[in-house]
Design a protein around this ligand. Structure first.
Ligand code: HEC
Ligand code: HEC
Length: 147
């Protein structure tokens, strides 16, 4: 009996805890973007790249990292608007010629964060550094500090 009361109290307390203290979902919320940009790889969070990077990616979908990721114009425009709206606010300063990266995996902080951190085994399993979910279980929810 006592046990049940304690358990119930714990469950109530947990339910009342704000979700963002430990599991805030910072993943992509837009359904169209999730479907179309999550078809071949994890849907990347727009906050990793500045607006111009997303515009560049979205204007060359026919030649997308060696694949054809073309969309009808309506979907393309909608997705681009979502990505641009939620993009990283600041452009990267250290990249010359006004060129911003179109790969997250080529950003300096990304390389620094992963240098000497990734075992050969983990790399083999992931196949490519763009395969975030292989190493970060919470990647689709925007959680990367879990391991
Ligand atoms: C037909 C398959 C396909 C679709 C659909 C697709 N992609 Fe990709 N994408 C790829 C491939 C292949 C790569 C290269 C992966 C690698 O290098 O390991 C890639 C890489 C990327 C990268 C760079 C990842 C890195 O290295 O940091 C971004 C950003 C990206 N895609 C965004 C998008 C967006 C936005 C959409 C939706 C409009 C999309 N992709 C839809 C196949 C696809
Ligand atoms: C082969 C495994 C692997 C892949 C693939 C990988 N990561 Fe990581 N990542 C790690 C390891 C290991 C660390 C360092 C330990 C840690 O802080 O979690 C790390 C650290 C990070 C951090 C810093 C976390 C923090 O709070 O310190 C971020 C952000 C991150 N990765 C994002 C990404 C994104 C985005 C992708 C995909 C584009 C990706 N990672 C792909 C293994 C990987």
């Amino acid at each position: 009996m006592k046990k049940t009361i304690v358990m119930t109290a714990m469950i109530v307390a947990m339910a009342m805890m704000p979700a963002n203290t430990w599991s805030r979902d910072r993943g992509v919320k837009d359904e169209l973007t999730k479907t179309e940009c999550g078809a071949c790889h994890m849907v990347f969070q727009p906050r990793f790249l500045p607006a111009v990077s997303w515009t560049n990616i979205m204007s060359d979908l026919g030649n997308h990292f060696g694949e054809d990721a073309s969309l009808d114009e309506e979907s393309r425009t909608k997705i681009e608007a979502y990505l641009v709206k939620n993009a990283r606010k600041k452009e990267f300063k250290y990249i010359g010629n006004g060129t911003q990266p179109i790969r997250i995996t080529e950003i300096r902080w990304f390389k620094r964060e992963h240098r000497n951190e990734v075992s050969k085994r983990a790399m083999k399993r992931a196949g490519t550094m763009a395969n975030c979910v292989a190493c970060h279980k919470g990647a689709e929810k925007g959680q990367y500090d879990d391991d």
